[in-house]
Design a protein around this ligand. Sequence first.
Ligand code: CA2
Length: 148
Amino acid sequence: MRVLFLNGPNLNLLGQREPDVYGKTTLSDIEARVRGRANSLAATVDFRQSNHEGELVSWIHDARGKFDAIVINAAAYTHTSVALRDAIAGVGVPTIEIHISNVHAREEFRHHSVIAAVCRGQITGFGPFSYLLALEAAVNINGGREQG
Ligand code: CA2
């Protein structure tokens, strides 16, 4: 079970700016938690961040045949990127959309996700725990089981 975690623009600033909205946990902290949980689920994880739309598109393309699921926090590109939507739709790897904040409780422009319709589901508003919920969902949709 191989899961590719993709993080979009500005998520490298997590824990350093706007702690009232996004909390004090850094992206590295989140990665460590995901890796810990992945171990007990016998899953392997690749965890990446980019501020560049095209790089995210290329990573989605490259996931074909290498990963069983993609978990993506597309950040602001969630609301704008037809390119990410087309990549997710085209690659055929089940993809889970996640957000740290509850996008539906925020500004109206965050209520619409361009990628939601081509994802298996959306997890939003659980803080860093959204990443762990998505890992569980990724294993579940692939028929995985916890060891032990
Ligand atoms: O809640 C989420 O996970 C978001 O994907 C975060 C995006 C936002 O555009 C989405 O609407 C919801 C923003 C990520 C930027 O993260 C920052 C963290 C610290 C300081 C500044 C930005």
